[in-house]
Design a protein around this ligand. Sequence first.
Ligand SMILES: [Zn+2]
Length: 108
Amino acid sequence: MKNRSRQKIAQQRIKKLFQEAEKRAKQGRMDLANRYVEIARKISMKYLVRIPKEYRMRYCKKCHSYLLPGKNCMVRLKKHRVVIKCLSCNHFMRYPYIREIKEKRKNK
Ligand SMILES: [Zn+2]
């Protein structure tokens, strides 16, 4: 089906945008990172594809800022949940525990 392959392409683009956003955020270019998040969200809405779980945690649900731990968000692990606080708008987000974050923290 044509729609299916378009959605697949859209999903790949979203993935790339978030990878790019991460790179820019680490370079201190939050303005660019935020713009990539914006584009990714637009693609997700236009093609009705979900932003993958690991990337949905990378931006604020409220103000849509790209979130870089230690820079503009605080990440806390509570029992089986990850609590992320956006420092741009003070919005709290809670997610089920994801192993990847734990490993990232270990490496630091
Ligand atoms: Zn926010």
